[in-house]
Write a protein that binds this ligand. Structure first.
Ligand code: AMP
Length: 406
């Protein structure tokens, strides 16, 4: 952040899209708020003032029965208390995003003061990337700081269009966004070898592009979780009632062929913990992953697979992990994911660079208290996947600031 913020009003796009408790709408997990703190405090310490903006949830997708926005549920007011506690500074909350009242409050901001705008997605222009809305937001401030990595893959007004209304010297990335880009580059640009990627989770279709791109880059690709059974079936395996995407069998075969041609060691779980129901109380046993009887389904990787995967991970010098190895939300099917998390932590201790790429693998690492034992835990699932897929993020491109140096 090479802007001098002294006496400047900074419009800061953060990602405060945090989970809220259902009953009292208080903040359930404040990780994203905490991760934005360094940027906000830096601006305040330099003598600037801060206008924070963020979205929260999907208010337009979850309208009330009468068609109106459920303000109570989606207002950013719900996070003010926690934000104030973390910042130690009073936060002036505006119940609008633009308009006369907002402009007046912004104009009166003094050095060291913080104001928070209402949920940007209450305005229809946000998701459309609307120029008029973006310009109105931009008019509130002298400089623009984008620190919202979690939404950098969306071409929305507050993440992308707004950047067009600031000169190059009056806009910059915040510390969090900069850090995310730097850490992603450690994996995408000349990674130390061996490079091992671990991809799990439910569906192949969600991670098709990622798998394809990773095969170009890695030495070993470990595929676990529900998506592994589509690969098993594609090769003629019997997978019982395990998760399978029949319309992706062809694709799975293509990926296997590509891996073979490129000399990539693509590992699938040779055995699985299988269950006779999708329930933590189901009967379970271990079975080869390609010989699962009807009525049974693979819900976690088996012991042989755990060891084979972990041995490869322990020898890696670069690791990227996205997606659990099984239904880790249920304790009886969480062992595979836990063991992988431990192996990633061990490799990191031995000097490997490990990037946990958003979503459920982050939850798994956090649950196990291992987040400090890996190199970097990303705050953005979708955005990190797009970076790893080789895409340019609209929120990054719009800043026109070129490549972030590592
Ligand atoms: P994703 O969002 O694609 O990373 O998928 C995460 C979800 O995949 C989690 O909710 C897991 O419970 C689920 N999952 C992982 N392994 C399996 C499996 N073998 N069968 C069914 N669901 C799975």
């Amino acid at each position: 952040m090479d802007i001098n913020f002294s006496d400047k009003r900074a419009l800061v796009r953060v990602d405060f899209n945090v989970p809220l408790h259902h009953e009292n709408l208080s903040v359930m997990d404040d990780t994203r708020i905490r991760r934005a703190m360094p940027t906000i405090t830096h601006i305040l310490e330099e003598g600037g003032s801060v206008i924070l903006m963020s979205h929260l949830g999907r208010p337009m997708k979850k309208l009330k029965e009468d068609g109106s926005i459920d303000i109570e549920r989606f207002t950013l007011k719900n996070i003010v208390e926690r934000l104030t506690d973390l910042l130690g500074v009073e936060v002036k909350f505006c119940n609008e995003t633009i308009g006369e009242k907002v402009t007046e409050t912004a104009t009166l901001l003094k050095r060291g003061q913080v104001m928070l705008l209402e949920n940007t997605r209450f305005n229809e222009g946000e998701k459309k990337g609307d120029a008029e809305f973006a310009q109105a937001l931009a008019s509130l401030a002298d400089v623009y700081v984008n620190d919202a990595f979690g939404t950098a893959h969306r071409a929305h007004a507050s993440t992308t269009t707004v950047a067009n209304y600031f000169d190059e010297e009056n806009k910059c990335f915040g510390f969090l966004l900069e850090n995310e880009l730097k850490n992603a580059r450690k994996v995408t640009d000349e990674p130390a070898r061996p490079f091992v990627a671990i991809v799990g989770g439910a569906k192949v279709s969600d991670k098709m592009l990622l798998l394809d791109r990773l095969i170009d880059q890695v030495d070993t690709l470990i595929v676990g979780g529900g998506m592994a059974y589509t690969f098993m079936k594609a090769q003629g395996g019997q997978i019982g009632n395990s998760l399978c995407e029949d319309d992706r069998l062809e694709l799975a075969l293509e990926l296997l062929t590509k891996a073979r041609q490129k000399g990539v060691n693509l590992l699938l779980p040779s055995d699985s913990v299988i269950a006779d129901a999708f329930s933590n109380d189901a009967n379970t046993r271990i079975s080869p992953s390609n010989l699962i009887e009807d009525g049974w389904m693979g819900l976690d990787i088996g012991v042989y697979a755990q060891n084979e995967f972990a041995n490869n991970i322990r020898n890696a010098k670069t690791i990227f992990w996205n997606g659990p190895m099984g239904v880790f939300e249920m304790s009886n099917f969480s062992n595979g994911t836990k063991l992988i998390a431990r192996a990633v932590a061990e490799a990191t201790k031995k000097g490997a660079f490990s990037l946990i790429g958003g979503g459920d693998s982050v939850a798994a690492v956090n649950q196990m208290g291992l987040s400090k034992e890996v190199s970097y835990v990303s705050t953005g699932g979708g955005a990190m996947l797009e970076l790893l897929e080789g895409k340019e993020l609209p929120g990054v491109k719009a800043m026109g600031l070129g490549k972030v140096e590592s």
